[in-house]
Design a protein around this ligand. Sequence first.
Ligand code: CP
Length: 314
Amino acid sequence: MENKHLLGIKGMSKEQIEAILDRATYWADRPKQQADILQDRFVANLFFEPSTRTRCSFEVAEKRLGAHVLNFAAESSSTTKGETIYDTIRTLESMGVEAAVIRTSQNGLFDELKDKVSMHLVNAGEGTDEHPTQCLLDLLTIKRQFGKIAGLRIAIIGDLRHSRVLGSHLHALPTLGAELVLAGPPSMMRPAEDLPTGVRVVGIDEAIQSADVVMMLRVQLERHNEALFSSQEEYHQAYGLTLAREKMMKKDAVIMHPAPFNRGVEIDSALVECERSLIFTQVSNGVAVRMAVLEGLMNGGVKTWEPFLKTASF
Ligand code: CP
């Protein structure tokens, strides 16, 4: 986290992450509260890849904070005539837009933009690198469920190679003192050099039996250049959360998934809304996290988030 932008979890301190989670907790406890914190301020959502949860929950968060919202339609914008994202941002800046929430397939886009623009940039999913607000909402969900994150074992399972959610958790979970174990097909594994010290790759049954949180990842077919498994049923049996594997889970363990989910592939359809599933709780917590992030960036002058948290009054 820099003062001005939310570009990724990499580089954020434990205190910075916890400060965002504390403020998000405030909003999660007040799911109907409307505020005028960003009244008369303009925020644009620029999604160059499809999204339902992230785009809509940013819009809900922006509106709950009182901002004016521009939903930029990439497919009917001048980017289709070759205008660059930098020129698009400068154009919106010139109109008085103060923050841009951007989803892109391009790894490295935020590094390219961050020192060249004056508006706040928020990473809403960047290539296969990071998805920081998804990571933060996962952390909030875990913290609200267990009352802590440190000391828990989190298993992240599935298409590890293409997951930007994992990209953020690789930094967040070790920073917060959780144990991270990974499982998935060898063809979808992250290179060993990407894994921080202490993060272990284990077999899927071991991951599921021993974890407090079983986080399943979507098979990201749109990012596969070649067939990485022969059939959806074969994948489900080998690497999915089947009904039989759910029975191996610890008594109080929970199921999470960033969604969208492929029912019957990485997760049995009946488990999506089972008692131990927090999948739709994650979606609810996404609004609270995005409110905390936008509020901190646009209303704070935030370095550690603490000065703002201490002076905030609503
Ligand atoms: N989890 C997530 O990023 O979902 P969307 O692609 O629908 O935004």
